[in-house]
Ligand binder design. Structure first.
Ligand code: 5RP
Length: 218
């Protein structure tokens, strides 16, 4: 089974958590793209979606799913999104697709975060995947210096601008022993918009696509 087949398995399995008549929070990435395809098959049974990126919005609208502005929706029952890594306590690294800030915002208004991943994304300790950080462009070098003081090796993601017009630093070799504490520390660096640690608001439910079948951790 390929990695993409595992992603598809997880993406389609997430339909289980789609509430009829509801507005669904939709993340970003290749696993979520499978979920959006699945959502298209029940589009007449939902009211619409709140999207975490321009890319997901385009895909949702192409399937005829109405996309609501996040400012017009106070609360969502469920948010469905992928991750780059997830640990046993359901803390995640996200942002491989540079959509972390909007993902964190939509996750924040959602009662339940359903994380959809393929079997390669589960880890005991976060940090092998470089931690993405969205940074205001003028703060790139200053934030890089601060990240080095924290033991990380930041690498500027060349040629990438986020949907919010900012840049991404991917931080290698970061020791993530306390994800919540590090998430807060990174957010306190002036110029950091968001970091890719989702620990204060981790996942509630995890769906893992594997060659042996779909696992649901509820
Ligand atoms: C985008 C994300 C994605 O959820 C994460 O990168 C996983 O992507 P994929 O499903 O393509 O492996 O955080 O910012």
């Amino acid at each position: 089974m390929t990695q993409d087949e595992m992603k598809k398995e997880a993406g389609w399995a997430a339909l289980k958590y789609v509430i009829k008549g509801g507005i669904i929070g939709v993340g970003t990435g290749s696993t979520v793209n499978h979920f959006i395809d699945a959502l298209g098959s029940v589009k007449d049974e939902i009211k619409g979606a709140v999207s975490s990126s321009k890319a997901s919005t385009e895909k949702l609208e192409a399937l005829g799913i109405q996309v609501f502005d996040c400012n017009d929706v106070e609360k969502l029952d469920v948010y469905i999104d992928g991750a780059d890594e997830i640990n046993p306590t359901r803390d995640m690294i996200k942002g491989g697709g540079a959509a972390l800030t909007r993902e964190k915002i939509v996750a924040a208004i959602s009662d339940t975060f359903v994380c959809i991943v393929d079997g390669t994304k589960t880890v005991d300790v976060l940090g092998k995947f470089p931690l993405p950080i969205e940074v205001i462009p003028m703060a790139r070098e200053q934030v890089s210096r601060e990240l080095k003081k924290l033991g990380g090796d930041p690498v500027y993601r060349e040629g990438v601008l986020t949907d919010n017009g900012n840049i991404i630093l991917d931080v290698h070799n970061m020791q993530i022993t306390d994800p919540k504490a590090l998430e807060s520390t990174l957010n306190n660096i002036p110029g950091v918009v968001t970091n890719g640690l989702f620990a204060h608001r981790g996942a509630d439910i995890v769906i893992i696509g594997t060659p042996e079948g779909t696992q649901f951790i509820e």
